[in-house]
Design a protein around this ligand. Sequence first.
Ligand code: KG4
Ligand code: ZN
Length: 347
Amino acid sequence: MLVLGIESSCDETGVALYDTSAGLLSHTLHSQVDMHADYGGVVPELASRDHIRRVLPLTQAALDKAGMTLKDVDAIAYTQGPGLAGALLVGTSIAQSLAFALGVPSIAIHHLEGHLLAPLLEENPPAFPFVALLVSGGHSQLMRVDGIGQYQLLGDTLDDAAGEAFDKTAKLLGLGYPGGPQLAKLASQVKQGNPQIKLPRPMLHSGDLDFSFSGLKTAVLTLVNAHPNMSETTRAEIAWEFQESVTEILTAKCLAALKQTKLKNLIVSGGVGANLRLRERLSQEAQQRGFGVRYPRLEFCTDNGAMIAFAGALRLETMRLKAKQMDTQDYGFSVRPRWDLAELQAS
Ligand code: KG4
Ligand code: ZN
């Protein structure tokens, strides 16, 4: 079965083709980062308009790369939410229109389920159950994953998400949007931290699996205010210390989640999962304790169509196994800008 996946929830238009026997055949992506950079963040109306411009050419390019035509497509998966309403409407309307025209089923995908399953696109994926750390611009969650649609929340952020903390801190340091990768680049200039630049580790010893990052950002603001004519070295040292704090907290909570659930494997997904320092520290500490850690390839940490096509293929398989009817489909559509992952079911 060939599944076409369409992602348009925020500032990336992603399209991919996933074959249930042959795996990922192709994926195409357009990032709007340059367009939004002038505004210091995503402008929702501009995002929607750009998705409209990109989605059909990207779909054609994905088909061409895979040597397929629309006639070969057996199902269309699309991101129904959460995300920006206007942006979601673009992918959703295109997906439903194509599915209607081709007479194939369409599958609404939860964006976070896409992120969560992305590490399974790689070779030798871990078997269920496992622990998942989902760290994106909008979420910082630890979950127990028992199967498709079986996600039990173990810990969540009480305020800012990890990616949001990276973005806000980057702004305080005068870096552009998106802040995460730029802050990581600045931090990489430092080999050893400056002991005089110290940031807290919020909730490190809270005894639960929740996070809180907003105090960290405030502590960075205090440091920035204390250094009015900050040198490039000091800026890099603050970035380094911030990254150390976030990676230490995330690593400790992941290890605690593995211990609590008595599971052996961890997967990491979402934009912050692309952070190399986090990968290095987490892998090292987990392996020392006999745990396995898996990540998506770097390009599949941030938003992409491959994770949506893949989640669609897995959901299609579950529906097929349950012999669910898919041919009496309603091609009307709605989006779910706010959508809790806990509401998802196995199909
Ligand atoms: O998963 P994603 O593409 O979008 C959401 O669904 O939110 O994640 C984007 C977030 C942004 O906050 C971005 O700054 C952060 O991931 N990010 C990073 C890195 N690459 C992206 N944060 C830290 N280090 C990185 N290398
Ligand atoms: Zn995302």
